[in-house]
Design a binder for this molecule. Structure first.
Ligand code: URA
Length: 231
């Protein structure tokens, strides 16, 4: 692959801009400065730098973001900035998209990819990928609350009950709940159907991937090579 194509595929601008970056000596590949945009390289498993910043090459990328409150997942946000603004430009330019959505006031684990097949696999309802939420409730909760959510509750405007796959008490007014479907505002609506109300919502895991403590609010990390843990 030509070095120009490598940069282009990783989101560093138009082909013309990528050629410019390379010609100006701003790019190293596998530890070597290369100023010929047409130089042939084998990018898999290699790291390049642009202006000293390191980038591993991935044909398709997968990342995890610790979403702060106050950001919208929608492409055209109406009232708050988009989660896309939390990603560096090359990730936006290469077309990373959130895998599913979190509400503006929900915090925690949000995955992004530019791999359409992976995106489809992870949000497909038939796959039943588990999502774990730490739920802070307005009113006290007890085992009966969990039992209700596990048995299934009827959401407004739905014709069948939805069940939590797992539910445990984590405090006098907090629970950890796992769901395998992704209906609109599902956790908030389930708690409302169980006679309570969500005060704060945080996603702590997706599939078998538990968000690491070191990933601070607003930060992101590569998840390439870890697709297996997602489900
Ligand atoms: N369920 C909700 O109600 N909101 C979210 O952000 C995610 C799941």
């Amino acid at each position: 692959m030509r070095l120009e194509q490598v940069l282009f595929s990783q989101g560093f601008g138009t082909r013309h801009e990528c050629r410019g970056l390379i010609s100006l000596g701003r790019v190293t590949f596998d530890g070597e400065l290369i100023d010929d945009p047409d130089a042939e390289v084998v990018p898999e498993g290699k790291v390049f730098t642009v202006d000293g910043n390191q980038w591993p090459y991935f044909e398709k990328a997968l990342i995890a973001l610790h979403k702060p409150a106050g950001y919208e997942c929608s492409q055209k946000p109406s009232f708050h900035p988009s989660v896309m603004t939390l990603l560096p430009a090359p990730l936006r330019v290469r077309g990373m998209q959130p895998i599913g959505r979190l509400d503006e006031d929900t915090t925690g684990l949000l995955l992004f990819t530019d791999d359409g097949a992976l995106q489809h696999r992870l949000i497909h309802p038939k796959r039943h990928v588990a999502k774990v939420y730490e739920v802070t409730c307005k009113h006290p909760v007890n085992q009966q609350t969990c039992d209700k959510l596990l048995a299934g509750v009827r959401l407004v405007d739905e014709s069948v009950d939805v069940k939590a796959q797992a539910c445990e008490l984590t405090g006098p007014s907090s629970i950890r709940m796992t769901i395998t479907t992704g209906k609109y505002h599902q956790v908030k609506r389930m708690l409302a159907a169980a006679g309570n109300r969500v005060d704060a919502l945080h996603r702590s895991a997706f599939g078998k991937f538990v968000m690491p403590q070191e990933l601070r609010v607003g930060q992101w990390m590569w998840l390439n090579g870890r697709q297996d843990v997602l489900g």
